[in-house]
Design a protein around this ligand. Sequence first.
Ligand code: 13P
Length: 261
Amino acid sequence: MTAARTPVVAGNWKMNPADRAAATALAVAVSEATAGMAARIVVCPPTVWLTAVSEALDGGRAAAGSVAVGAQTMRAEEKGAFTGETSPLMLAGLAQYVIIGHSERRQYDNETDAAVAAKVASAIAHGLIPIACIGESADERRAGLTAVVIERQLRAAISRLERIAGSGLVVAYEPIWAIGTGDAASGEDAQAAAAQVRAILAESDPAGADEVAILYGGSATPENAAEYVAQPDVDGALVGGASLDAERFAGIARAAVEAGE
Ligand code: 13P
């Protein structure tokens, strides 16, 4: 963290929880547990719970805290014959953020670098903040390809943006081998990736690159979060499992806030 950037701590709930009451209760608990923190706190529920969570948080203006809502994916197009999909127009008023290119979508739903490029540009064009996810697999890491994969995925993700400055872009480095495994990356690994991301962004837009929040994701916990946010280029976390427990999620946010002070 540097004090120049506001920390971003986003919870990717993935396909949880299974019912609406649990989703709204978790959102409210996060709002209470993070109240007053000088951080951008985001919860990303399943699409079907976006309306209920947004209402429970009063569209991000909940009395207890100020929690923003993010979608976990979207289609780039505004409307049309895309069965099962959600458009950026539909997210307006429900979500301020949208996760794009999560490795689980790349792996299970065949989301390509080209689709990620279109979605990142579309999100920004529709006033949403994209959290663009990049990160290498275990095989790629073993083959020494981490930097190659980061570069390819990042260059694709920003390929349809005219400028970085003012775009709101957030980038999450999530090594696939660290997701849900308990085998979290080291602070040095996270910093190396984040510094590489910022350097690539700076090639076309040095001022814009300084604005971008770069997050670490992959088995982030309240216990290890301080190690990430102590790194100069890591500005927060994208949290899976630990985001389903409001107190643990708030613990990660607290670490990020303290690192930025
Ligand atoms: P875990 O925190 O459960 O490893 O998940 C990370 C992730 O995929 C967030 O998008």
